[in-house]
Design a protein around this ligand. Structure first.
Ligand code: FES
Length: 286
């Protein structure tokens, strides 16, 4: 039995934004009934065609596919198309408080549908990968013939989700989950990605300059923290950075919230993970 978070259950039982937008600006479709999952995503832009004002979905899939699609439609609202493209499948899963590893491919499907919709709107070819079987594979080498997945796509999922085993890759993408003929190649891709990561780590400067640290703090707050707070109706503002102490003020639903201590801890954890392990976050009234 899978272990689902309350938020997954809630979005499964009461999915947001189910349906169709008849005058949608962008529509992305991925999946096929043969794979057992399919998702159609509709996006409506504001009159200046800058920000997403509405998003709806139709899906054929399990509870996690419904919850992931529901989360995605909530997450994209208010974003520009470029900002929406920054959403990773891991963020979709995080929005739901996590997904069982065996169900992570549902969040990947959401990310693909979003990429497909935006590519179609922009008149460019959607990134070649995935459950879509409806666009021609052009980027990369076909690795998993059963599910039509390329090395470019698989490497991206391996890297962004830090996958270390072929089994995990199957859980996230389905690759290797049918005849299994591609598993040796999947293992090679994992080794390749791990090699690239080690090289990048070796090249990374061991000590951040103050300027770079401040930039990274700002980027992390903008790209990793605030979108998650927006999803719950909250927000925060960066007030000051003094060495390794980061002062933030909570806004909207987060302001005066009884759980703001937990939120500050969450912000601190993200900054420690992505910027520097010595960061301390202080909540101030700004
Ligand atoms: S080729 Fe990948 S499962 Fe068959």
């Amino acid at each position: 039995m899978w272990d689902y978070t309350d938020k997954v259950k809630e979005h499964f039982l009461n999915p947001r934004n189910v349906g169709e937008i008849t005058d949608a600006d962008a529509v992305g479709e991925v999946g096929s009934l043969a794979c057992g999952d399919a998702l159609k995503l509709f996006i409506k832009l504001d009159e200046n065609k800058e920000r997403i004002v509405d998003a709806k979905f139709q899906t054929f899939g399990c509870g996690s596919a419904i919850a992931s699609s529901s989360a995605l439609t909530e997450m994209v609202k208010g974003k520009t198309l470029d900002e929406a493209l920054e959403i990773t499948n891991q963020q979709i899963a995080d929005f739901l408080g996590g997904l069982p590893e065996e169900k992570m491919h549902c969040s990947v499907m959401g990310q693909e549908a979003l990429e497909a919709a935006i590519a179609k709107y922009r008149g460019v070819e959607a990134p070649a990968h995935g459950h879509g079987h409806d666009h021609v594979e052009t980027e990369g080498e076909l690795v998993c013939k059963c599910f039509g997945l390329t090395d470019v796509f698989l490497k991206k999922v391996i890297a962004s989700n830090k996958l270390h085993t072929a089994e995990q890759v199957t859980h996230f993408t389905k690759a290797g989950g049918a005849c299994g003929g591609c598993i040796p190649k999947i293992k090679e891709l994992i080794a390749e990605v791990m090699g690239e990561e080690k090289k990048a780590a070796a090249e990374k400067p061991s000590k951040l300059t103050n300027l770079r640290k401040m930039q990274l703090i700002q980027e992390t707050l903008e790209n990793e923290v605030r979108p998650q707070l927006w999803a719950d109706g909250g927000d925060l503002e960066l007030i000051d950075i003094d060495g390794s102490t980061v002062q933030v003020a909570f806004r909207k639903a987060c302001a005066g919230c009884a759980s703001s201590g937990y939120t500050a801890k969450f912000v601190e954890q993200k900054l420690r993970e992505l910027v520097s392990s010595d960061i301390t976050v202080q909540e101030v009234q700004g």
